[in-house]
Design a protein around this ligand. Structure first.
Ligand code: ADP
Ligand code: ZN
Length: 256
């Protein structure tokens, strides 16, 4: 079992790195931000509550975050492990986390603030399949059009200059201090986030003593398809479950 947490300032590429790691090692990528965005997009009750915080680049209240994380981990759909991305972000969340879960390592991607700002400003997202682009490093073949699905590329609602500033301030003031706490527990594996994605990924694997590929010869995971949910179910299989008509978790989560 491999249970990782990935941390780093906004724009450090933690989502990209988490996806790369998850794909090759059959881990489940759990992004708290993606889960919240899903709720906003689908106008759930939780989505309505968190929308304002997200748009302004503020942290969502701890209770909602812990509920979502707990619910997501309770689905228990991983066989070899998970990469948790975007949690914990402050002392209260770290406390909840350390009390409830045991993990193997906290991967901390380091990136200077100026570089983080530049990356966020050049970040684009496909409005239909959710794929990430970057106008500096990962440019689409045709401007504003997704290479993967032809969807329109948009700027994330929280990548405005004000929201970027607020998010980075929270990172510096609330998240950074918990990294120090985790460092004391010798859980931190720090990697330099300045080079391109492949270099960062290789360094991360080296530091985690992971080989270049799959850790166990397990059959490939079947994507969960839910009628009408389209590509979203592939991005967030666990969530697609929750909203399927026959979903056993629906009544018990209390998050939607
Ligand atoms: P970023 O790391 O660039 O801020 P994410 O996609 O990880 O982007 O998160 C988007 C937003 O979701 C955050 O700005 C915040 O409003 C909310 N969010 C995500 N994770 C947490 C968390 N652990 N605690 C509070 N809010 C969170
Ligand atoms: Zn797309």
């Amino acid at each position: 079992m491999r249970k990782y947490i990935i941390m780093g300032p906004q724009g450090s590429g933690k989502g990209t790195q988490a996806k790369m790691l998850a794909k090759d090692f059959d881990l489940v990528h759990i992004s708290v931000g993606d889960i919240f965005r899903w709720h906003v997009q689908n106008r759930t009750k939780l989505g309505t509550k968190v929308q304002r915080y997200m748009k302004e680049g503020r942290l969502v209240p701890d209770e909602m975050v812990s509920d979502v994380v707990k619910w997501r981990l309770d689905i228990h759909d991983w066989r070899v492990g998970f990469v948790l991305d975007g949690f914990p972000r402050n002392a209260a969340q770290a406390e909840f986390f350390l009390e409830n879960f045991d993990i193997d390592a906290v991967i901390a991607i380091e990136l200077p603030e100026e570089a983080a700002v530049a990356r966020m400003q050049s970040r684009r997202l496909c409005s239909s399949c959710g794929l990430d682009y970057n106008l500096i490093q990962l440019r689409p073949k045709v401007p504003d059009v997704c290479d993967n699905c032809g969807g329109r590329l948009v700027t994330r609602a929280d990548d405005t200059p004000e929201a970027i500033r607020a998010r980075l301030r929270d990172y510096r003031e609330k998240t950074q201090p918990i990294l120090d706490l985790l460092r004391e527990k010798e859980l931190i594996v720090a990697v330099d986030g300045t080079p391109g994605p492949d270099v960062v990924q290789a360094e991360m694997r080296r530091r985690l003593a992971l080989g270049p590929g799959s850790i166990e010869a397990l059959p490939a995971k079947q994507p969960v398809e839910v009628a009408g949910a389209g590509v979203r179910s592939l991005i967030l299989p666990g969530l697609a479950w929750q909203y399927s008509r026959h979903d056993p978790y629906r009544r018990t989560t209390g998050t939607a």
